[in-house]
Each structure stands twice: as structure tokens, then as C-alpha cells.
Ligand binder design. Structure first.
Ligand code: ATP
Ligand code: MG
Length: 590
């Protein structure tokens, strides 16, 4: 084997492949540049999924003629100058390689200040006078990967590529709510996001999505001397069955960080116990010297020096502040600080990042959560009408068809007393009162049933969905595992799959099942467990549903047959109070 030095154009293309792997990466880089240029309005237009053309225009500060000469050269940047700057980056870009990379695999024209420069697949053309208005900058990228057919082969169909460009735009729009965004596909305006605050932008970006309820949005905030946190998320009935709408932003970069996503879901564990995930944006604004973005070509990852502290603060912030919305407590009982309306980067106009910690409001007193003692201090306990109220509540909890607690069929070893808070089935058994979480219990019963009974139903119209190359490969080898479980899949074309049949118990679940298939590859045993719990969680009786006594007893019969009453996610769903404890609590010591 002989060694030879590669041609510079080839070197350039290899390097570019790291940064630009599909049209959405071009959109990401160009919008970042517009934001860094202080734009207050950005418009993105894609044609044929971005393969024919991507145009990004902004009203930012523009580029002088001299600087235009330098753009698209390797390492040409106005954003950092010294090594020290690299550890204190306040802009989205800093490497001076994005335009250079794009120009190596497309025909790129950048126009600003009455001049434009074109680089056609690495070949630089002389500057020309341009008709584009003097204010702002317009970058047009034509025929992406035309000269790199191998890269084109990995792309999806144009509609999917456009959808990915839209996703990137949404991420940027969430991070920079004060900037107006427009998104065009094949000449048609598909999305217009006027300048807003972070909460309104969150709502505008999710409006119309399955499971999203505008009125269920809440804000969260917390500050420390080194970082500040701001979150917008949904509560109550607004949730999804996957984590895809939990987005993490660190100094305005949308990053992939599973541990911070987990910190969010841990904070939500009381509100959404398993199988349900909020729509959530977490904005972490941290001193630039404590974070390093220079570890991933597309800046999708970062290293935070005080990561574990940030993680635990995120969980605590959500856990404590969300309680206000589940269990309103009178001000005397627990002083819950109002969320600090943050002056955080996301709400800042574009331009060099101005992290909130510099002007952060004083750190709020952290609330202390809701321990048992809080309950005892609750002034409602001393309500003079409590006895009357208690009686009404008790009446309501009785089974609907009978006035007295029923001794159920004689073989039943328990007495069903009724439902409380539309969540607990209350049972008297031996010397205990048992409280059974109706959703978790039903979920477990369905889970067991799914595993035992595999009747299937053929779909009249097969459900078609596209997958990533990785998933495609996985399914080619392992799609049989799904058919074992009653999910029949076929592959009409490359990277396209169809669901032809589903288990009877999961009928109408094509969309979540397809989403599940797209998101889960790897360990087969793990996939099986997750799949069934996902399906069971979907069709189970929910918290909040009214349950009649027949249904309740049907659930309880099954529960009492279980060896361990825990839901498929591992949570124990029965709690109890003994008669003795109850007696003691009212002073009966006999
Ligand atoms: N829309 C724009 N408005 C004003 N200046 C721009 C714009 N786009 C690019 N520039 C200028 O061109 C330079 C090069 O941009 P490029 O995206 O290649 O590198 P960068 O943003 O500095 O770093 P990175 O490679 O990390 O994105 C920028 O530093 C900036 O000075
Ligand atoms: Mg850039």
C-alpha cells in the first residue's frame, strides 16, 4: 500500500461531511449565523427538501465587502480571535468552518451590503455587485451534494428532509423567541412565528400537535450564582408517550443530553408516572467558561463542568414548582415563591449571548416540597364545617349503584368501598384499608394480558412510515420479533415500512407503534418489555376517569391475584393504612 496526500478539495469535503450531512444541517448553520449577526427577522426557504435550494435571509448587521472576501475560507470567523476566547464563547458559531463546509458540497452565494460572493463546490468566484438590499444578509445554497452522490443516497425523501429542516427551525425559534421566523417549503409559507416571549413561543411552536393543550403550560425558574434555569412545560392532560418533545438548550444551543432529559422526567415523576412525558423546553444559561461546545462537529453536545449540580437543580425545580399546579396550598401553609420571570437568553434579542446570570434576579428561596408535616399544618384541617364536608365526600366515594358498601360476591376476600380522587380504588381487606392506583393497576393487567393473548387484527389500509438507515438495518434483521408479538411489518421500499396487522388489544395504535419502532433498536428483551408497557399504558383507564363498581371489582380481582402489585414500569401501585393506625390517629388506644 502506498501513501499519498489527498487532494485539498477532497480533504475539504471529508471535513465538511462532519458538519453538513443533510439539508437540515445547512439550515442550522445559516440560522445560527443570522442569529449571531443580531437579526430580528429570519426567513428560511427550502425547495425539494433543500436539495435544489435553501435560502436564508436576515435583517442582521450584514457583512462588509472586505469581510465578504474572507468568508468561505477555512477558519474565517469574526467570532473568536484568541485561544482564551474559545473557552468563553458567547455566540452560536465560533469555528469559522460552516460556510466553508457548505461551499464544498454545493453552490453557495452569500450576498450582503450590495455585493455577493459565490463558491461553486470549492471553486471561488470573484465578488459581484448584487441586487439584494443593502441591509442584512442572504445566503443561497443550491444543488447540495450534487457532486457527492454517496451522501445523497443517505437522505430521505424530500418531504422528510423538509420536515427535518422545519424541526431545526423550531429549535432555533424556541431558543430565540424575540426573533421573528418564517419558513417556506417550495414557495409556500408553512410557518410564521412572530417575535414573542419564551412561553408564547413555546405555545406557538407546539400548537396543533397531538396531545398539546395550550392552557396546560407552566413556567419554571431557578437561579444560582453560576447558572440559571428556565423551563416551559405542560402539565395535567397535556403529554406525549415519548420524550421527543423534551428539548434541552444550553446557552441557546439545542443539545442532545439524555441525563438532562432524565432530570426533567424525574422532576415530573409525580405528575406523569411512567409512559407519559411532557412537552418541555429547558433553557440552561451557564457561564461560558463552565461549558465546552467544542466537542461535537454540529455542537449537538456539550460538556458542562458542574453537570451534576445542574441536573439535580432541574429535578428539584420542577418537582417543587409543579406541585403548585397539582395541589394548590393556601399561602399560610407553604410559601411557594412565584417563578422568577427570567431575563434569560431565550427571551433576549439575537446577538452575542447575554446569559442571564449577569443580571439574574436574586435567587428565590427554594420551596420545601410537601412533606407530611405540611399536610398537618394545613389550616383546612381546622375548618369548622369539615365534618359536613367529609360526609359529602364519603357519600360520593360510595359505589354508584348502591348506597351501602357492598360485600361483593362471597368469594371475594375484600370489600370495595369506592373511588377517591378519581384515582384510588378503596378496599377494606382484613384489618387494612388499601388504596389502589386505578391507572397503574389496569396498565399492569393489560400488560399481562398482552403478553398472554396475541390475537391480531389486519389493517384495512397498511400504515406507512419512514425510518432512519439504522432502524432500517435493524428491522431487516429483526422485524420478525415484532411479528412474534402480533405486529406484522413489510418493507415496500428502502427505509419505508408498513404495519399490516396489530394485536387486537392495540388496535388504532398504529401511530404510536410506528413511532416506537422508529425509536427503538437494540436489545430485543428490552424492546419487548417497553413495547408492551407502551401499548398497555395507552389503553389503560386513566387517572381522572370515573370507574363504576363492576369495573373496579374486575380490576381488584386481578390485582389480588398478582404476586407483586407493581406496574410494568416497576412502580408499586397499592398503599395501605392499618385499622390500628387509623384508630390511634383518632385517639382510640384500645
Ligand atoms: N448572516 C450573516 N450575517 C453577518 N455575518 C455573517 C453571516 N453569515 C456569516 N457571517 C460571517 O461569516 C463568518 C463565517 O461564518 P461561518 O458560519 O463559516 O463561521 P462561524 O459562524 O464564525 O463559526 P462556525 O463554523 O462555528 O459556524 C462569520 O464569523 C461571520 O462573520
Ligand atoms: Mg456559523
Amino acid at each position: 500500500m502506498s501513501i499519498s496526500v489527498l487532494d485539498p478539495a477532497l480533504v475539504q469535503r471529508i471535513a465538511a461531511g462532519e458538519v453538513i450531512d443533510r439539508p437540515a444541517s445547512v439550515v442550522r448553520e445559516l440560522v445560527d449565523n443570522s442569529v449571531d449577526a443580531g437579526a430580528s427577522s429570519i426567513s428560511v426557504s427550502v425547495e425539494n427538501g433543500g436539495l435544489d435550494s435553501i435560502i436564508v435571509s436576515d435583517d442582521g448587521r450584514g457583512i462588509s465587502r472586505e469581510d465578504l472576501e474572507l468568508t468561505c475560507n477555512p477558519h474565517a470567523t469574526s467570532k473568536i480571535k484568541t485561544l482564551d476566547d474559545l473557552f468563553c464563547v458567547r455566540t452560536m458559531g465560533f469555528r469559522g468552518e460552516a460556510l466553508y463546509s457548505i461551499a464544498s458540497c454545493s453552490r453557495l452565494t452569500i450576498s450582503s451590503g450590495g455585493w455577493s460572493k459565490t463558491v461553486d463546490n470549492t471553486v471561488v468566484q470573484p465578488l459581484e455587485q448584487s441586487a439584494v438590499p443593502a441591509a442584512g444578509t442572504t445566503v443561497s445554497v443550491k444543488n447540495l451534494f450534487e457532486r457527492i452522490p454517496a451522501r445523497r443516497m443517505f437522505l430521505k425523501r424530500p418531504a422528510s428532509e423538509s420536515a427535518m429542516c422545519r424541526t431545526v427551525l423550531i429549535q432555533k425559534a424556541l431558543a430565540f423567541p424575540a426573533v421573528e421566523f418564517r419558513f417556506f417549503i417550495d414557495g409556500q409559507l408553512k410557518l410564521h412565528l412572530p417575535a414573542a416571549d419564551a412561553t408564547q413561543r413555546f405555545i406557538d411552536c407546539h400548537r396543533g400537535e397531538n396531545g398539546f393543550i395550550e392552557t396546560d403550560c407552566r413556567t419554571f425558574a431557578e437561579t444560582d450564582e453560576n447558572f440559571s434555569l428556565f423551563g416551559v412545560g405542560t402539565v395535567s392532560e397535556s403529554y406525549r408517550s415519548d420524550r421527543s418533545r423534551i428539548r434541552i438548550f444550553v446557552n441557546c444551543h439545542c443539545i442532545e443530553d439524555f441525563s438532562l432529559v432524565t432530570a426533567v422526567t424525574n422532576g415530573y415523576s409525580e405528575q406523569f408516572p411512567g409512559g407519559r412525558f411532557p412537552f418541555f423546553c429547558l433553557f440552561v444559561t451557564i457561564k461560558p467558561e463552565l461549558v465546552d461546545f467544542n466537542i461535537h462537529p454540529a455542537k449537538k453536545e456539550c460538556r458542562i463542568r458542574i453537570k451534576s449540580q445542574v441536573q439535580s437543580w432541574v429535578t428539584t425545580m420542577i418537582r417543587t414548582q409543579i406541585n403548585r399546579t397539582i395541589r394548590p396550598v393556601s399561602p399560610q401553609a407553604v410559601a411557594v415563591p412565584e417563578p422568577v420571570q427570567p431575563d434569560l437568553t431565550p427571551a433576549e434579542p439575537a446577538g452575542p449571548l447575554k446569559p442571564a446570570f449577569t443580571e439574574a434576579p436574586p435567587r428565590p428561596q427554594r420551596n420545601r416540597g410537601f412533606a407530611v408535616s405540611d399536610f398537618r399544618e394545613d389550616p383546612r384541617s381546622f375548618d369548622p364545617l369539615w365534618f359536613e364536608k367529609a360526609r359529602t365526600v364519603l357519600d360520593k366515594t360510595r359505589p354508584d349503584t348502591v348506597t351501602k358498601p357492598v360485600k361483593n360476591a362471597p368469594e371475594r376476600p375484600y370489600i370495595y368501598l369506592g373511588q377517591a380522587f378519581r384515582l384510588f380504588l378503596i378496599v377494606e381487606k382484613d384489618d387494612k384499608l388499601l388504596f389502589v392506583d386505578q391507572h397503574a393497576a389496569h396498565e399492569r393487567i393489560l400488560y399481562d394480558r398482552f403478553k398472554a393473548d396475541r390475537q391480531i387484527q389486519r389493517l384495512l389500509i397498511p400504515y406507512r412510515f419512514e425510518v432512519e438507515p439504522d432502524t432500517d438495518r435493524f428491522l431487516l434483521e429483526s422485524s420478525y420479533i415484532y411479528s412474534d408479538w402480533g405486529i406484522e411489518l413489510t418493507r415496500p421500499e428502502e427505509m419505508v415500512w408498513e404495519i399490516d396487522a396489530l394485536p387486537l388489544v392495540a388496535r388504532d395504535a398504529e401511530e404510536p407503534v410506528a413511532r416506537f419502532i422508529c425509536e427503538n433498536t437494540g436489545d430485543l428483551e428490552e424492546i419487548e418489555k417497553k413495547l408492551f408497557s407502551t401499548m398497555a399504558c395507552r389503553s389503560a383507564i386513566k387517572a381522572g376517569d370515573e370507574v363504576d363498581s363492576l369495573t373496579a371489582c374486575a380490576i381488584l380481582d386481578e390485582v389480588f391475584k398478582m404476586e407483586k402489585p407493581c406496574c410494568p414500569h416497576g412502580r408499586v401501585f397499592v398503599t395501605e393504612i392499618t385499622e390500628k393506625t387509623l384508630r390511634q390517629s383518632v385517639g382510640r388506644l384500645d
